[in-house]
Design a protein around this ligand. Structure first.
Ligand code: HEC
Length: 469
């Protein structure tokens, strides 16, 4: 656990000036990274050949094969040498640009300890580059690691520790044609409960033959009638929230969420799940749906703290909850900012930027009551196809005092340089369609009482003097 406002020491902050000139800086730092790889190739390791069998296969087992295997979502399998060799050049390009694995966070600033980090280390990237540059050799087949066993898409992962779920809720199926544009399938499903229930864990899985090939991600949003949280949890005039928000998102590599002991999500009678399945065509007609497993806290063992999934917006809201001010001119790059004041001390569990096709980058900073600014996370290469959720490791979760301002900055690139841009000549504003834009971060927030916050502070042995009132 990391408590801000005190000498944290766990990681180094580098507050960076964001802005347009930042992108030129980015280009420079990328070429420096390139040089670093090149020089390590001539370092102490020189002379020791890098082979698929010995060096590459273990990396791919750990970081690629979950998606890159027959029946999974990626276009090609990277299990064997024969399957991998033709892709060597493309692999080098994708790992050097850090497009693959899909972890699009700037690794040089902000919190760097995550529960779900799927990225390659600098050393692993350097090894892959050396392998490709030396002709991508197989090496001695005797060096190959044993084939990795992957979990069956048909089992609940949580069943091993929690048994069978208390409730399973299904989305309606969708038949994805062999060819065509991506589809966002958004059916509703009711939650059959008659009294409020606290959720301790959720899991999502795709079902249907080969469904995991077409399901890119699946989100279960929770909708239920509740008093407006805006005035009780946040103070900024433009503070937005989406009520109880999202229950869970499924994407390959992330199948469940188990809330910390003493925290959970609250389901109310009459609630419903609003599904969002992002489906893509894979050359074969496939019918897919997803299932949500819910594990409740036993009655009488309700947790003390409720976790809310809030959307912290970049930019302010005018004319109601759904009309955020976004003004993105043709052929332009824009920067939009939003400020959200936490009325109570709070723990932030994750950072999940949400933008559409013009989305380029998003940063989340904490402006502490003493005026200091701490960069929490910065996704510098946002890609609309990858709604990656960056979940902080338990001991890296930021714990912020009351009065902290969450500052969100979003950048949109409406120029022809953005490969996802369908039309740089269009003006773009806020809207639901993917050709419209959005700019917010989904963050799971657990609010703490002042006493609980002081307990965290005391545990850290930090000075209480800086705690804000
Ligand atoms: C979370 C799933 C996932 C992981 C993990 C992943 N990939 Fe991918 N990869 C994909 C998908 C889906 C695509 C196609 C869409 C895209 O490019 O975004 C892809 C595309 C690629 C491509 C481009 C293929 C083409 O058609 O040009 C390469 C190369 C690649 N991946 C290599 C890797 C390597 C190497 C790793 C591990 C170091 C890796 N990927 C990890 C899902 C994944």
């Amino acid at each position: 656990m990391l408590i801000f406002g005190f000498r944290a020491g766990c990681f180094r902050f580098r507050v960076r000036r964001f802005g347009f000139q930042g992108w030129r800086g980015l280009a420079t730092s990328l070429s420096l990274v390139g040089m670093a790889f090149a020089s390590s190739a001539f370092g102490a390791e020189l002379g020791k050949p890098v082979t698929f069998a010995k060096d590459i296969a273990p990396i791919f087992q750990e970081k690629c094969q979950e998606c890159h295997r027959t029946g999974s979502m990626a276009p090609m399998s990277l299990l064997t040498y024969e399957e991998t060799r033709p892709w060597a050049k493309a692999i080098k390009a994708k790992v050097v640009s850090r497009a693959m694995p899909p972890w699009h966070l700037d690794k040089t600033v902000g919190i760097q300890k995550f529960a779900n980090d799927s990225s390659l280390s600098d050393e692993q990237i350097a090894t892959i580059v050396r392998w490709v540059d030396s002709g991508a050799p197989m090496g001695d087949p005797k060096d190959l690691p044993a084939a990795k066993q992957f979990p069956d898409f048909k089992d609940w992962q949580l069943a091993k520790t929690l048994g069978q779920p208390d409730l399973v809720i299904e989305s309606e199926p969708y038949t994805m044609p062999a060819h065509g544009q991506d589809v966002w399938w958004k059916p509703y499903a009711t939650v059959p409960i008659t009294e409020p229930r606290w959720v301790r864990a959720v899991e999502i899985r795709p079902i249907g033959k080969n469904a995991q090939r077409v399901v890119h991600h699946s989100i279960a949003r929770l909708q239920q009638d509740e008093p407006d949280l805006r005035t009780s949890l946040l103070t900024a005039a433009d503070a937005n929230n989406s009520g109880p928000g999202m229950l869970m998102e499924w994407a390959i590599g992330k199948s469940y969420d188990q809330y910390e002991p003493g925290t959970g999500k609250l389901l109310l009678p009459g609630s419903r799940i609003w599904w969002e399945l992002h489906l893509h065509a894979v050359g074969e007609e496939i019918t897919a749906q997803t299932q949500l497993a819910i594990y409740f806290y036993p009655k009488g063992q309700e947790p003390k703290n409720r976790t809310y999934l809030l959307s912290f917006t970049a930019g302010s809201y005018v004319g109601g909850e759904h009309e955020q001010t976004l003004d993105i001119p043709p052929n332009g790059i824009t920067e939009t900012q939003g400020y959200h004041v936490l009325r109570h001390p709070a723990k932030l569990s994750n950072f999940q930027p949400h933008m559409h096709l013009r989305g380029k980058a998003m940063a989340m900073e904490a402006i502490l009551p003493d005026g200091s600014i701490q960069l929490l996370s910065y996704v510098d290469r946002f890609n609309f196809n990858w709604m990656t959720n960056y979940i902080y490791a338990e001991d890296a979760v930021p714990v912020l005092p009351a009065g902290t301002v969450i500052h969100i900055t979003a950048w949109h690139d409406n120029t022809a340089n953005n490969p996802n841009n369908p039309d740089p000549t269009q003006w773009v504003g806020w809207g639901e369609r993917t050709v419209d834009e959005m700019a917010h971060a989904w963050v799971n927030v657990t609010f703490l009482s002042d006493d609980e916050y002081q307990t965290y502070v005391a545990k850290k042995g930090a000075s209480v003097a800086q705690a804000s009132k």
